[in-house]
Design a protein around this ligand. Structure first.
Ligand SMILES: [Zn+2]
Length: 190
């Protein structure tokens, strides 16, 4: 029995998928049927659970993911993606959906830096970055409270100078086990 790599396994499956026209049931357009863009976390538990729990099928929403569902910079790639969804892809509402038990909750930079060193990143490299004015610890830092984090990200989006004022920005927290949503910010009310 040969040991397939994950990549080989994917490519083999993919060949059959295309050949059997299994893509046909997913055919849709790049414009979201439900006119929304969602920012959520890359957590594995949300991969299928989140769309199912929100009744979203292929083509229903633009979905942006990162670690923690965070907008850490008003001119970073997450904010750019949200603006493109709004201006070019017909999204009319924004949802930020963080989750309980997130890996970014309480994440401290020190252990991550230790793991980097264990995997071959030299002290010299870290020092060079520090001397270049890059605060790696601040950059790696997650959040302390998921509710506050959602409110913060919603605030950055809502108050962004390039964001149309009439686009509601909602903030929610999802349970990664049950899919239950808690509403943190109702974007229709301010
Ligand atoms: Zn997470």
């Amino acid at each position: 029995m040969k040991n397939e790599t994950i990549l080989q396994e994917i490519l083999t499956f993919n060949g059959n998928f295309v050949e059997n026209h299994e893509y046909e049931k997913y055919e849709t357009t790049k414009y979201p049927n439900k006119k929304m863009v969602i920012l959520t976390c890359m957590d594995t538990r949300l991969l299928e659970l989140l769309p199912k729990a929100l009744n979203l099928g292929n083509g229903d929403a633009k979905l942006i993911k990162n670690a923690g569902a965070l907008v850490s910079h008003p001119f970073g790639s997450i904010m750019r993606s949200i603006l493109i969804a709004v201006y070019e892809l017909q999204a009319k509402e924004v949802l930020v959906i963080a989750h309980h038990d997130c890996g970014m909750s309480g994440l401290k930079a020190e252990p991550v830096l230790e793991h980097m060193k264990e995997q071959g990143i030299s002290e010299e490299t870290l020092n060079t970055l520090a001397f270049s004015g890059i605060d790696i610890k601040e950059w790696l830092h997650g959040f302390d409270n998921v509710t506050d984090s959602v409110k913060h990200s919603v605030g950055i989006i809502k108050q962004h100078p390039l964001m149309p004022k009439d686009v509601p920005v909602h903030g929610l927290v999802i349970d990664p086990k049950t899919g239950k949503l808690d509403l943190i910010v109702d974007g229709y009310n301010g």
